[in-house]
Design a protein around this ligand. Sequence first.
Ligand SMILES: [Zn+2]
Length: 66
Amino acid sequence: MTPVDIDDIPRQNPCAQCGTPIPFPDWIEPGEGRVSYLWTCHACNYRFEAVAIFPHEAIKHPPLAA
Ligand SMILES: [Zn+2]
């Protein structure tokens, strides 16, 4: 289980259907280099998922030696 920094949670995400701001995501699913957020709109009951992609901090391809 990966702890999620509370400061990284997006807030007031507009509903994908009616545009009503949603204070907090219902569910947070941390993954490798990405975090999935499940949002539920209480105005129209629309549910949708938003994925935040984070660039890998580790360098996969180190620069070639000159
Ligand atoms: Zn909505």
